[in-house]
Design a binder for this molecule. Structure first.
Ligand code: SF4
Ligand code: SF4
Length: 386
C-alpha cells in the first residue's frame, strides 16, 4: 500500500550504517538503546529479508512496532533510505508471519468489528456535537460542497471534542456549507495499514469513499493529519482510482478562509507567545509547514516563536505509529521531551494541528508540571473570532 514515496524492495541495501539517523530518532533519544534506533531496525530488517534469522520472533517484531513512523530518520538519511516506509512494509511482513504484538491485534479487531479505534457504537461518533450553542449545521446534511471528516480521536475521545467543535463553529462563522458523515464515517484505515491488515483497511477505505461520494462533495477536509495523509496519498493508490474530490487539511482550509477575509477575527486574545508543533504526518510527511504558520500570524495578539527542532526537523509528539497502544511509557517519554522543548522557547501556549499531538502534549505538560497551555489551531482560531 504505497504512500507518498516509492520504496524499492531493496532500498534497505542503501543503508551505509553511518548513524546519522540516531540523534534524530525520538525512541533512540529516550532509551539510548541501539535496538531502538533506525539503523538497528534497518539492519534487522535486512537480516530478516536475507534469511540470516532462522525465524523472526516476537522480540524481533516488537522492534519494528516500537517505532513512531515519524520519518525523522528518512528526513536525515544521507543515503536516501525512506526508513519509515521500509519499516511500515516490514511491519506488514511481521503481521503476515503472525507476529503482530497483542495490543495491536486488539486494535485491529476493534476497527474491524466497530469501525473505530475504541470499539464504540457508530452513533457515538456524534457525541461531540452536543453541548454546543447550536447543533452543527453539517449534522444530517446529505449533500454539500465540503465534507468534514472528523476522525476517530476527535469524534470519540472526550478530551479531543474541542477540536471538531471549534472547527465546525469556525466553518459556520465563515459561511462554509459542509456535511458530517456521522455514523457513516468509519476509521480512515491508517491504523490498520500500519499494523499490516491491508485487506480490512481497503474495506473501510471503500466504505468511506462511497459515503463521501454520495454527498457530491468537491472537497474533503480533515483536522487529523493522519486521516489527511492517508486520504490524500494512500486512498487513490490502494483503491486504484482517483477520488474525484480534493483532500485538504484544516490548516490549509483555514489559511485560505482567513486570507479571503471570511473569518471575522477580533482583538479579543490577550498578547501571547505561541510556539507551533509540526505534526509528523502534516509537516515532514505531508509537506505542509506554511499554512499553520500563516493562520497563527494572522491572529492579532499572537507572537510566534519557533522551537529549534521545527518543520522538517520537528520532534514527534510521541503519538504516532500506534506506539501508544504498543508501549505507552515510551510514547509518554517522547512526549515529555517534546513538551520540554516547547517550554524552553518561553512560549505560554503550544499550538498544534492534530488531535493526537494536542492530547499527548497536554498530558506531558501536566506530567512535567509545566505552565504551558496546549491547543489545537482550530481552537485558537475560534477564540480569536469576534
Ligand atoms: S542515516 Fe540512513 S544510511 Fe545512515 S544509518 Fe541511518 S538509515 Fe543507514
Ligand atoms: S520513524 Fe521515527 S521513531 Fe521510527 S525509526 Fe525513524 S526516527 Fe525512529
Amino acid at each position: 500500500m504505497s504512500a507518498t514515496r516509492r520504496v524499492s524492495e531493496e532500498e534497505y541495501l542503501h543503508c551505509i550504517r553511518c548513524g546519522q539517523c540516531l540523534p534524530v530518532c525520538p525512541t533512540y533519544r529516550v532509551t539510548l538503546n541501539e535496538t531502538d534506533s533506525p539503523r538497528a531496525r534497518v539492519a534487522l530488517m535486512r537480516a530478516v529479508r536475507e534469511g540470516l534469522l532462522e525465524r523472526p520472533t516476537d522480540r524481533t517484531a516488537a522492534q519494528f512496532f516500537r517505532c513512531l513512523l515519524c520519518g525523522a530518520c528518512t528526513f536525515t538519511c544521507p543515503s536516501g533510505v525512506t526508513v519509515d516506509r521500509v519499516l511500515e512494509l516490514t511491519r506488514g511482513e511481521m503481521t503476515d508471519l503472525g507476529l503482530l504484538p497483542q495490543p495491536l491485534v486488539a486494535l485491529n479487531q476493534r476497527i474491524a468489528e466497530s469501525h473505530n479505534i475504541s470499539a464504540e457504537p457508530p452513533e457515538s461518533r456524534l457525541l461531540w456535537t452536543q453541548n454546543l450553542p447550536t447543533p452543527p449545521t453539517g449534522l444530517g446534511k446529505t449533500q454539500a460542497e465540503v465534507v468534514y471528516f472528523v476522525g476517530c480521536v476527535g469524534a470519540l475521545f472526550p478530551r479531543s471534542y474541542g477540536i471538531p467543535q471549534s472547527f465546525a463553529q469556525v466553518l459556520e462563522g465563515a459561511g462554509v456549507e459542509y456535511a458530517l458523515l456521522g455514523a457513516e464515517e468509519w476509521c480512515c484505515g491508517y491504523p490498520l495499514a500500519i499494523n499490516g491488515d491491508l485487506e480490512t483497511a481497503r474495506d473501510v477505505m471503500r466504505h468511506n469513499l462511497e459515503a463521501v461520494r454520495a454527498t457530491g462533495a468537491r472537497t474533503l477536509v480533515t483536522t487529523c493529519p493522519s486521516c489527511f495523509h492517508f486520504w490524500k496519498h494512500t486512498y487513490p493508490a490502494a483503491l486504484g482510482e482517483e477520488l474525484g474530490f480534493e483532500v485538504r487539511h484544516a490548516t490549509e482550509f483555514l489559511a485560505d478562509l482567513l486570507e479571503a477575509g471570511r473569518v471575522p477575527l477580533g482583538e479579543n486574545l490577550p498578547e501571547q507567545v505561541v510556539t507551533y508543533h509540526d505534526p509528523c504526518d502534516l509537516g515532514r510527511k505531508g509537506g505542509i509547514f506554511d499554512a499553520p504558520r500563516r493562520v497563527l500570524r494572522a491572529i492579532p495578539g499572537i507572537r510566534l516563536v519557533e522551537m529549534p527542532e521545527n518543520q522538517g526537523g520537528s520532534h514527534c509528539c510521541g503519538g504516532g505509529g500506534n506506539l501508544e497502544s504498543m508501549d505507552p511509557a515510551l510514547s509518554q517519554a517522547v512526549a515529555a521531551r517534546r513538551i520540554r522543548q516547547a517550554a524552553e522557547t518561553g512560549a505560554q501556549v503550544v499550538v498544534s494541528a492534530c488531535q493526537q499531538c494536542e492530547r499527548t502534549l497536554f498530558n506531558a505538560a501536566r506530567t512535567e508540571r509545566l505552565r504551558l497551555r496546549v491547543k489545537d489551531i482550530a481552537e485558537i482560531v475560534l477564540e480569536a473570532m469576534k
